[in-house]
Design a protein around this ligand. Structure first.
Ligand code: ATP
Ligand code: MG
Length: 439
C-alpha cells in the first residue's frame, strides 16, 4: 500500500545531509536507487535530484513496521524516509540514515524499461524513449542544470546591459528568409507557418524604439537532414540593438559567452565533474578569422572550397582542426547570407555578417542589418523573394528605422560546447528530429 504525503516534508536534499547533523532527525524524499538486503541488515540507496544517500536498516534496532516497509521496496519506487543521521566511514558522503519511519509514496513497476543507475549503457534511442528515466541519471540531469545556469546568466547579462526581454509570435504568415525550411500549419481557413526565427520581429522592435531587445524562444526548422547538430525544434537566444554595428554586437556576444563560462564553471562544479568536463575561461577576446582566410585554411587541408560557397560539413571539420575553442568568421560573401544582412559599403560582394564558431560547429550567426527601405526591398528581390509578402515588415522601415545589428545564438549548440557533448539530442529534454515526435 502506498501512503500520501500528508504532513511529511523534506528537510534536506541528500547532498545537504552531513556529519554536522549527527544524531538529528531528517526527512528525505526520493527514489530507491539500490537495495542490498543481507538478512540482518539492509542497505538502501536513496536518490534525489542532488545525489544519493545510504539508509542503513539493522533489523534488530529498528521498528518491525519499518522492516516490513523496506521488504516492499522496489527499484525506482518513490519513498520518504524519516530517520537519524549517523556518521559512517563506509557510507558515501560519510553519513547514513537510520530509519525511524518510512512512507512508500509510489511503487515502480518492474522490470524497468531502462536502468537509470548508469550501470548499463543504453543507446540514445532507447534512452529517449524512456526519457523521464534517463533524466534521473546525474550524468544527464547535469546537462540541464548547466543549461539552466546558462540561460539564467544570459537573462542577467542582458538585463544588466539595458536590454528588454520580448516575446514575438511563433505563428507567422510568411517565411523569414525564404520558404524552404518552414513547417506549414493549418490556421483556420488559411495556411500559416511555425516561426523559423524572430528575425523580422526583433528588427521591427528597433523601429518601435525599444533600442535593445532579447528573446529566448523556440525556433522551428523543417530541415530534413539528420545530423548531430540539427533539430527541428531548437532554442534560440536572440538579440537586436539599435545604433550598434556588427563589431559592437560581436563584443556583446563574446562577453556573454565568457560570462556564461565563468558562471557555469563557478556554479556547476559537481555537474562539470560528473560530465568530466574541464571548462576553460577564455582569457582573451575570441580570434577573428576572415571568411577568405578560412577558405585558404580549408583548401590547405585538402578540402576543396571556392570563395563564395557556404561551409560544407567537411569544411567546418577542416577549420575545426586548425582553430581552438571559440572564434568568429567575418566578411562573409553577401550572396550566401540572408537579404537583411548589410553589404559592405566599399565592396558589396562582402557583408557585415559574422558567425561564431566553436571548434567545428556554428553556434551563432549575426550581422549589421540593412536599415534603408530601398536597399532592403532591392535585396529581397535579388534573393528571388517577393517584397509584397514582406509588407508589414517593410513598412517598419519607412517611418524611422534606426541602424541596428544583432545575432541569434543556438542555446542547445552553445550547451554542447559547455558540456563537451557531440550530439545535440543530449542537450534537449525531449528532442524533435526527423524521426522523433514523442515523447
Ligand atoms: P547551420 O548552417 O548549422 O544549419 P544556420 O546558419 O542555418 O545553421 P542560423 O539561421 O544562422 O542557422 O541560426 C542561428 C543559430 O541557431 C545557429 O548558429 C545555430 O546555433 C542555431 N540553429 C539554427 N538551426 C538549428 C537547428 N536546426 N538545430 C539546432 N540549432 C539550430
Ligand atoms: Mg547561420
Amino acid at each position: 500500500m502506498t501512503s500520501l504525503l500528508n504532513d511529511w516534508r523534506r528537510t534536506h536534499y541528500t547532498k545537504n545531509v552531513n556529519d554536522s547533523q549527527n544524531d538529528e532527525e531528517v526527512v528525505i524524499m526520493g527514489w530507491v536507487h539500490e537495495i542490498r538486503d543481507l538478512g540482518g541488515i539492509a542497505f538502501i540507496l536513496i536518490r534525489d535530484r542532488e545525489g544519493v544517500i545510504q539508509v542503513t536498516a539493522p533489523k534488530k534496532h529498528i521498528s518491525p513496521e519499518v522492516v516490513e516497509e523496506i521488504k516492499k521496496f522496489r527499484k525506482e519506487s518513490v519513498v520518504g524516509i524519516k530517520g537519524k543521521v549517523q556518521e559512517s566511514g563506509k557510507a558515501p558522503n560519510g553519513v547514513e540514515i537510520i530509519p525511524t519511519e518510512i512512507k512508500i509514496l509510489n511503487l515502480a513497476n518492474q522490470p524497468l524499461p531502462m536502468d537509470p543507475t548508469e550501470k548499463v549503457k543504453a543507446e540514445i534511442d532507447t534512452r529517449l524513449d524512456s526519457r523521464f528515466l534517463d533524466l534521473r541519471k546525474s550524468s544527464v540531469s547535469s546537462i540541464f542544470k548547466i543549461k539552466s545556469k546558462m540561460l539564467h546568466t544570459v537573462r542577467v547579462f542582458f538585463e544588466e546591459n539595458g536590454f528588454i526581454e520580448t516575446n514575438t509570435p511563433k505563428l507567422v504568415a510568411s517565411a523569414t528568409e525564404g520558404g524552404t525550411e518552414l513547417f506549414p500549419i493549418t490556421y483556420f481557413e488559411r495556411e500559416a507557418f511555425l516561426s523559423q526565427s524572430p528575425q523580422l520581429y526583433k528588427q521591427m522592435m528597433m523601429s518601435a524604439g525599444f533600442d535593445k531587445v532579447y528573446e529566448i524562444a523556440q525556433i522551428f526548422r523543417a530541415e530534413e537532414h539528420d545530423t548531430l547538430r540539427h533539430l527541428n525544434e531548437a532554442i534560440s537566444i536572440d538579440m537586436e540593438a539599435s545604433f550598434m554595428d556588427d563589431k559592437d554586437v560581436m563584443k556583446l556576444l563574446n562577453d556573454l559567452v565568457s560570462q556564461v563560462i565563468i558562471n557555469v564553471k563557478d556554479g556547476c562544479k559537481s555537474e562539470l565533474a560528473t560530465l568530466e568536463v574541464d571548462l576553460e575561461v577564455p582569457e582573451e577576446q575570441f580570434e577573428i578569422l576572415k571568411y577568405s582566410d578560412a577558405v585558404d585554411i580549408i583548401n590547405s587541408k585538402d578540402v576543396p572550397m571556392e570563395w563564395g560557397e557556404d561551409l560544407s560539413r567537411a569544411a567546418e571539420k577542416a577549420l575545426g582542426e586548425m582553430m581552438e575553442g571559440y572564434y568568429f568568421l567575418t566578411e562573409w560573401p553577401t550572396e550566401i547570407k540572408p537579404f537583411y544582412v548589410m553589404p559592405n559599403e566599399k565592396n558589396p560582394e562582402i557583408s557585415h555578417a559574422f558567425d561564431l564558431m566553436y571548434k567545428d560547429i556554428e553556434i551563432s550567426s549575426g550581422a549589421m542589418r540593412v536599415h534603408q527601405y530601398d536597399l532592403l526591398k532591392e535585396r529581397i528581390a535579388e534573393k528571388g523573394l517577393n517584397p509584397d509578402s514582406f509588407g508589414s515588415y517593410l513598412k517598419s522601415f519607412e517611418y524611422g528605422m534606426p541602424p541596428h545589428s544583432g545575432w541569434g545564438l543556438g542555446a542547445d549548440r552553445f550547451n554542447m560546447s559547455l558540456t563537451g557533448l557531440n550530439n545535440i539530442r543530449e542537450t534537449v529534454l525531449f528532442p524533435r528530429d526527423r524521426r522523433r515526435l514523442t515523447p
